[in-house]
Design a protein around this ligand. Structure first.
Ligand code: NDP
Length: 617
């Protein structure tokens, strides 16, 4: 039989499960998890008893310096991978007068703050770690740990002279465009009044730790900290990961997201008792972590990292590729989710155009198969049947951040580790010395909140300052009816301002550093072109911003994504079960044709060298 004569039933193959029953199970599990408050169920980790939660455990707090004045060509807000890439790409363009400002005590961003035991990147190091080719750094593990990430950050800082004018332990409090001077004024909590020709916001996306607003949380008298501010003084193990001080401690971890997955196996090794409080299980595939032998990847050919990143991105976007260079859980799962799943491929198999219902059905069946295999993996690893059953996730693969780990599931076989399944309701209450679920009190000495970070919030909430542009208009007013941008990087009325990171009007890239590098290279190109034209001012025209904003808002994929996420179990991907409210984050407001198309569109724009849509002065 030729491919073009196949029926839908033949393409799907024999079903070893009942899709209707699975669908109903997913719906029941999702409904169990729906809470009315949405984002309101969380409290910022800055209030009352938890006011110290956000403090910096890694750098001395008694640091003091005199307020500074002065001008640099560029100020970059944020010294994480986004800010470092921005500094590096500008430096390569000949711009050396750069000041990076960050609340942290060093470069590193996410990897400066998140130093919990076992913290590693869940994307392959060779495509995630920035500027490997330029720094000559060869990753030590397939998935790099936080300390190597910090080491590379410092290397980049040194290589590009970014330490010279960096202001660490400094929080920006206000930014304002000075019309006459044609420059930005940046004020800080240290009394600085700094100016810059260009201002780049590289402030990340999810950096504000959040806590569940659980009854009695203030009354808990035991020890507590958030995963992103690990308390090694309490646990022991700073530097060697040996959490020896937990040997006589009953520890609770609240949360089972991507962070907790990495922490649980480490704490399990040391704590007297570990109780893991689960609301929704993550799905956890094979990680395949290992040290990288010198021949792990061919890093010799110029452009190898870009090629490897693009190969990964194409594969996970269901675009044809002859080889799979990364070949890990991401590409494997997405290959299995892919079959026929572009309209053309399914049409070729059927011998006629496929309907959208047929495509949805084929995609749904593949998803059940992938999730079934992940559920079987749990049953194979976890010995206690009831625990294994509780760890099974009942939602589609893309509904939550996919997780991969080699030791998480096996940790539940340790006699000192117990899963407390809250049946989708979450922790009920705290007592003075424990946690209450289903009216049972679990005595606890130390609680580790692996409860994530504020997501889908406004730029002002994220950064703590508004941006005042031409004529005194603020960015929050300018965006009060939704984000307006050209390429997600600039907006009208805010000359010489660039915003990198985040998802607004760009893409939700699995490999966030790939996106950051594309954005940083694009901004550096614009600054280089403006300099070449002897300009000092660049701003998108209102017309170009309108056109790009329309393109984003009218992308046909928005509705598809919104429907997909609305059916998902709640989480930050869908505004905690309110998909429409997450429109600015994941379920819309993105470049409809996906990451590779976005990067290619930016590259074509640069190649044209016409600075289309920008006015230069
Ligand atoms: P998440 O928001 O993903 O997870 C928070 C966890 O806390 C969830 O399991 C959530 O349950 C749980 N939770 C919240 N409230 C309660 C409650 N009242 N009772 C019980 N449980 C509760 O945060 P993470 O820190 O895990 O991840 C944050 C981000 O960082 C993600 O984007 C993640 O992908 C990323 N990350 C990336 C890594 C990388 O390697 N690149 C590594 C680690 C994290 P529920 O699911 O029910 O809401």
């Amino acid at each position: 039989m030729s491919a073009g004569n196949r029926t839908l039933e033949q393409i799907i193959g024999e079903l070893e499960f009942d899709p209707q029953m699975l669908k109903q199970k997913y719906e029941r599990e999702r409904d169990k998890r729906l809470v009315g408050e949405g984002q309101g169920q969380y409290a910022p980790a800055t209030d009352g008893k938890f006011a110290q939660f956000g403090r910096d455990p890694w750098t001395r707090s008694d640091f003091n310096r005199a307020p500074m004045m002065g001008h640099t060509e560029v100020i970059i807000a944020g010294g994480g991978f986004g800010g470092l890439l921005m500094g590096a790409r500008l430096h390569e363009m000949g711009v050396a007068d750069i000041r990076v400002i960050d609340e942290a005590g060093d470069f590193g961003g996410t990897w400066y703050w998140n130093r919990y035991p076992g913290a590693m990147c869940d994307i392959e190091a060779h495509i995630y770690m920035p500027l490997l080719e330029e720094t000559g750094h060869a990753p030590r593990h397939r998935y790099a740990y936080w300390d190597e990430m910090l080491e590379l950050s410092q290397k980049i800082g040194r290589l590009h002279g970014l330490y010279d004018k960096a202001c660490f332990q400094t929080v920006i409090t206000a930014t304002r465009w000075l019309e006459e001077e044609r420059r930005w004024l940046v004020e800080t909590d240290r009394g600085d009044r700094l100016t810059a020709t260009y201002l780049v916001l590289a402030c990340g996306r999810q950096s504000l730790p959040k806590l569940p607003a659980i009854a009695g949380i203030d009354k808990f008298e035991g020890h507590a900290f958030h995963s992103s501010r690990w308390d090694y003084e309490y646990t022991g193990g700073q530097g060697d990961g040996k959490l020896t001080k937990l040997k006589d401690k009953r520890v609770a971890i609240i949360g089972t997201g991507a962070t907790a997955i990495q922490i649980v196996p480490e704490v399990a090794k040391w704590a007297k008792q570990l109780d893991v409080f689960q609301r929704t299980p993550s799905h956890v595939g094979i990680r395949g972590q290992r040290p990288t032998a010198p021949d792990y990847a061919d890093m010799s050919k110029p452009g190898w990292q870009k090629e490897r990143r693009e190969n990964f991105q194409r594969l996970i976007s269901a675009l044809p590729q002859e080889v799979d260079l990364v070949a890990d859980g991401w590409t494997d799962s997405l290959k299995r989710l892919r079959p026929a799943y572009t309209a053309n491929e399914l049409g070729d198999l059927l011998g006629r155009p496929a309907t959208s219902e047929e495509r949805d059905l084929v995609a749904e069946i593949s998803d059940y198969r992938v999730m079934n295999s992940l559920r079987s993996r749990i049953a194979e690893i976890v010995k206690d049947a009831a625990t294994a059953e509780s760890l099974k996730p009942w939602y589609r693969w893309r509904c939550k951040r996919p997780c991969f780990h080699d030791d998480y599931l096996a940790a539940f076989n340790s006699p000192n580790v117990r899963l407390v399944d809250t049946q989708g309701r979450g922790v009920e209450a705290f007592s003075s010395h424990g946690i209450v679920v289903d009216e049972v009190e679990y005595p606890i000495d130390c609680v580790i909140f692996a409860t994530g970070f504020e997501a889908g919030i406004s730029y002002v909430r994220l950064t703590g300052f508004d941006v005042v542009g031409r004529g005194g208009g603020t960015l929050s007013e300018h965006w009060s009816n939704g984000v307006r941008s050209l390429h997600g990087l600039m907006t009208d009325g805010f000359p010489n301002l660039f915003m990198i990171g985040g998802n607004q009007h760009s893409v939700a890239a699995v490999n966030a550093v790939h996106l950051l590098d594309e954005q940083a290279s694009h901004v550096a190109h614009i600054v280089g072109q403006v300099r070449q034209r002897n300009g000092t001012l660049v701003e998108p025209t209102a017309g170009s911003v309108d056109a790009y904003t329309d393109l984003i808002r009218n992308a046909p994929t928005n509705g598809v994504l919104m429907r997909f996420f609305a059916a998902c179990t709640p989480g930050y991907y869908n505004g905690e079960g309110k998909a429409a409210s997450a429109a600015d984050l994941f379920a819309g407001n993105r470049y409809g044709d996906g990451p590779m198309a976005f990067y290619e569109m930016l590259a074509r724009w640069r190649q044209a060298q016409s600075l289309d849509g920008l006015s230069i002065g």
